[in-house]
Design a protein around this ligand. Structure first.
Ligand code: NAD
Length: 500
């Protein structure tokens, strides 16, 4: 299999300077899907130097915003032109289904279009009333500078695009670092940026490990901003590495997301079906490897048995297999390590007293499910409580835990009983109650009678240890800008503060 020269530095694709490579593994059968360059700290330095030159001396930061936005729209068009190729690469790289890969490409296209429209529609500056006719005061936005954009493996194209689109709209240059597990669609995206006409050096790519490559970017004195999406442990390391140079830091970290179901949501057959179906989707889409996965089902005691029985039965019917195969609803986990973590979480929960209602093991091999693949059956763990590790830690696998409540206050207390605060949902037929509970949830996104949808025009991000900063929405563009106040004295005169 040919090696992909996957480092893009100053407009040139190249191998790693030390000649190192890394195999990218197909999670459906553990074979090698591709081999890419494995960068080291010297490659990270070269990429930062290119981005620095492009920012300090290149045309991009000074390019009129309308032209920058036109480029973003061209990228959106190219993403749609190559939709199948990119969706296939994402599916094979991450294990997610092809249908999910297509959704990702469409969502990314929407994000590029959204940021183009947002940046294009904004006034150049905000005139401030200085309280004097002799003063003209205006606040303008400028790009931050060189951005390091570090992304995880569960939504490789999507997460990096939520950073790249606003960074470019604002006039920054950047170095992207995808997860070492899933670099392929970021390579494809970078080719599209060049095809759309982005000047050399504006977009740079280094493929390699978190440490040393991501760590070098986070610590680098010539990097002005680091935007990181990943786990809590790596995120705190990144923040610490960035602190000495006082760069801007945005962290999008993990979640431990409650899905609160009131009995009244299940009072009718349709309501019951919708609530169970949404709980299934919340927990098991992309095998639960979703930062906002509804992995904590918090259900009212009076409907627990009926609800969990149906949820477990439906979980057992989810069709597992290679993400590109017809009829498959869920792919494998991304890696052997993620599979081992999932097995350990389930074993620990059972040892602590959880009751297995479905799954709890690797599935038997099948035609679309080869023995070498990292498959794990969707798992429902009943009888859980907050003393268990499985309730406190992010699981990031196909596991849903069940807790129960009797009162609204109890439901809210359970839902907020986490150090994270990324997302959560409430299901209720009582609109007033649903909104009341939603208002009390300390999470960055709250769904009412739904789970998972998000909008490019609405901010995404976490409370608590789910992170700092926001992606998407106007705040997602603001992350990549500095505000500058320009105060102009229209009648220059001595101040006479000093008499001498
Ligand atoms: P991870 O933290 O292991 O890795 C994320 C990225 O950081 C990778 O590119 C990795 O190489 C890099 N990295 C690792 N250590 C680093 C270091 N010391 N310095 C700099 N970079 C480093 O996370 P992951 O396993 O790839 O992704 C899963 C995690 O991402 C989950 O916790 C999930 O909740 C989170 N996530 C959050 C969001 C969100 O929007 N909040 C979205 C997707 C994923």
């Amino acid at each position: 299999m040919p090696v992909i020269d996957s480092l893009l530095i100053d407009g040139t694709w190249r191998p790693a300077s030390a000649g190192a490579t890394r195999d990218v593994v197909d999670p459906a059968d553990a074979t090698v899907l591709a081999t890419v360059a494995e960068a080291d700290a010297a490659d990270a330095d070269a990429a930062v130097a290119a981005a620095r030159r492009a920012f300090d001396h290149g045309p991009w930061p000074g390019t009129p915003v309308a032209d920058r936005c036109a480029l973003l729209r061209r990228v959106a068009g190219l993403l749609q032109r190559d939709r199948e190729e990119i969706a296939l690469a994402e599916s094979r790289d991450t294990g997610k289904t092809l249908a999910e890969g297509r959704v990702d490409v469409d969502d990314v296209t929407a994000a590029f279009r959204y940021f183009a429209a947002l940046a294009d529609s904004e006034p150049a500056g905000r005139v401030v009333d200085a309280g004097s006719a002799d003063v003209h005061s205006v606040v303008v936005h400028e790009p931050v500078g060189v951005c390091a954009l570090i992304a995880p493996w569960n939504y490789p194209l999507l997460q990096v695009s939520w950073k790249i689109a606003p960074a470019l709209a604002a006039g920054n240059t950047f170095v992207a670092k995808p997860s070492e597990l899933t670099p392929l669609t970021t390579v494809l995206l970078m080719r599209l940026l060049a095809e759309a006409g982005l000047p050399d050096g504006v977009a740079n790519l280094v493929t390699g490990a978190g440490d040393p490559v991501g760590a070098r970017l986070a610590a680098h004195a010539d990097v002005d901003l680091v935007s990181f999406t990943g786990g809590l442990a790596s995120g705190t390391t990144v923040a610490a590495l960035a602190a000495p140079t006082v760069k801007k830091v945005a962290l999008e970290l993990g979640g431990k997301n409650p899905n609160v179901v009131f009995a009244d949501a299940c009072a009718t057959d349709e309501g019951f079906d919708a609530s169970v179906d949404q709980a299934l989707n919340a927990a098991f889409v992309h095998s639960g490897q979703v930062c906002s996965a509804g992995s904590r089902l918090i259900v009212e005691e009076s409907v627990r048995e009926r609800f969990v029985t149906e949820l477990a039965a439906r979980a057992a019917r989810i069709r597992l297999g290679r993400g590109t195969a017809d009829g498959v609803e869920c792919g494998p986990l991304v890696s052997a390590a993620q599979l081992a973590k999932t097995e350990a979480h389930v074993a620990a929960a059972l040892a602590e007293g959880a009751v297995l209602r479905s799954g709890g093991a690797r599935p038997a091999p099948g035609p679309n499910r080869l023995a070498g693949g990292f498959f794990y059956s969707p798992t429902v763990l009943d009888g859980c409580d907050r003393t268990m590790g499985v309730i406190r830690e992010e699981l990031f696998g196909p596991i849903v835990t069940v807790e129960t409540f009797r009162t609204e206050d109890e439901a809210v207390a359970l839902a907020n009983d986490t150090r994270y605060g990324l997302a959560g949902a409430v299901f209720s037929a009582d609109t007033a109650r649903a909104r009341r509970v939603a208002a009390r949830l300390r999470h960055g996104t709250v769904w009412i009678n739904d789970y998972h949808p998000y909008l490019p025009q609405a901010e995404w991000g976490g409370f608590g240890r789910s992170g700092t900063g926001r992606e998407l929405g106007p705040a997602g563009l603001a992350e990549y800008r500095e505000s500058k106040h320009v105060y102009e004295n229209l009648r220059p005169a001595p101040v006479r503060w000093f008499a001498g």
